[in-house]
Write a protein that binds this ligand. Structure first.
Ligand code: TXA
Ligand code: MG
Length: 329
């Protein structure tokens, strides 16, 4: 894999982590793998670096970023953890769960990254490369998914380069992301709410809490989690959901045994054996591959709405939303 001058692809060994730490400390932009998707990292305390990050992604400034930490003590210094937040952090960190909590007065994260909110989104990733980088840097790192705004999230280093080559300093290449879907986001104060379904299924969180999660009302003009806008994940091709047959001019995103195809018809299978964990890990790379096939439309077979299926169907519905509904964050 080659990058244009300006974006280095680096092996995530000790020397690679050290190079990424120097990059962050100098106000640079370093992409790195997490267990969910690749993140585009910047020093959370450096407002100028964060401004460059928004510019690289083409993301409007009002969209707040997740602060990533190596230790839960770092998270508690930035936000206020009530009993519910403590319980969820104890159960799911490190892992694919982001907690939104009230920010503390002494919070060192630049205002620009919080988009003027008085809450902060915090996450302690489990991926060894992410953990190595965060521990070596020693301070919080803001990291949105490392894609151009409005594109699907990157689940390998090649996806990051396809969107951001020449616009960021480096990518730590840690191979494919094992979960493949972004983190679940829960507002963990007052009555806990599910802001975004993701890598931790709702049922697991509800079991720990001992009650159902409220669904966050999402207003189009001022969404709580702006990444929840209808067509946030839109590919170029039109998506036709719950397809039980495929038209001759369509590509097919299959799940389980595929429907009949004509010769040469583009197809990717999320999981031939119908496994939702495997399907989540394949979702974004398969969408990218089918979009790149040039087909004008992608037929998508039904995916059951249980476990990780809720997050998969959420992303598919967004990818299928008409572009006219898009506010492109
Ligand atoms: O898995 C993930 O969460 C990945 C990896 C890199 O950690 N990150 C990620 O970041 O998906 P991003 O920026 O693409 O999505 C973060 C979402 C956005 O929809 C943002 O609006 C929401 O989190 N968010 C951030 N701070 C928030 C807050 N205080 N209240 C509500 N939503 C917030
Ligand atoms: Mg994103």
């Amino acid at each position: 894999m080659t990058a244009e001058p300006g974006t280095r692809v680096i092996k995530p060994d000790a020397a690679g982590i050290a190079a990424a730490v120097r990059c962050l400390a100098a106000g640079g932009l370093a992409a790195f793998p997490t267990e969910t998707v690749y993140g585009l990292g910047a020093d959370a305390g450096n407002g100028e670096a964060i401004a460059r990050l928004y510019a690289a992604k083409g993301r409007p400034r009002f969209n707040p970023l997740i602060s990533h930490v190596a230790e839960s003590s770092q998270a508690r210094a930035l936000g206020h953890f009530d009993d519910v937040a403590e319980k969820l952090a104890a159960a799911f960190w490190p892992g694919p769960l982001t907690l939104v909590v009230p920010k503390r007065a002494g919070c060192t994260v630049a205002d620009l990254a919080l988009a003027g909110l008085d809450t902060i989104a915090l996450r302690m990733p489990a991926h060894p490369v992410a953990r190595g980088l965060l521990a070596a840097f020693g301070k919080p790192v803001v990291a949105p998914s490392a894609n151009r705004s409005g594109h699907v999230s990157p689940t390998d280093a090649a996806h990051v380069l396809a969107d951001l080559r020449g616009r960021i300093d480096l990518v730590l290449d840690g191979g494919a992301c094992p979960v493949g879907l972004e983190s679940t986001i829960v507002a963990a104060f007052d009555r806990p709410k599910l802001l975004r379904p993701g890598g931790v299924p709702r049922g697991q969180i509800e079991r720990v809490l001992g009650h159902a999660l409220a669904d966050a009302p999402i207003a189009d003009d001022k969404p709580l989690a702006p990444g929840m806008l209808p067509s946030h994940y839109a590919p170029k091709a039109k998506l036709r959901l719950n397809a039980d047959a495929v038209h001759p001019d369509e590509a097919l995103l299959a799940f389980g045994p595929p429907v009949a195809l004509k010769d040469g018809q583009p197809v990717r299978n999320l999981s031939p054996r119908g496994d939702l964990v495997e399907a989540a890990a394949n979702l974004f790379s398969h969408l990218r591959a089918l979009d790149a096939s040039g087909a004008g439309a992608i037929a998508v077979m039904n995916v059951p709405n249980e476990g990780l299926g809720e997050a998969i169907n959420d992303r598919l519905a967004r990818a299928a939303a008409p572009k006219s509904e898009s506010k492109r964050v």
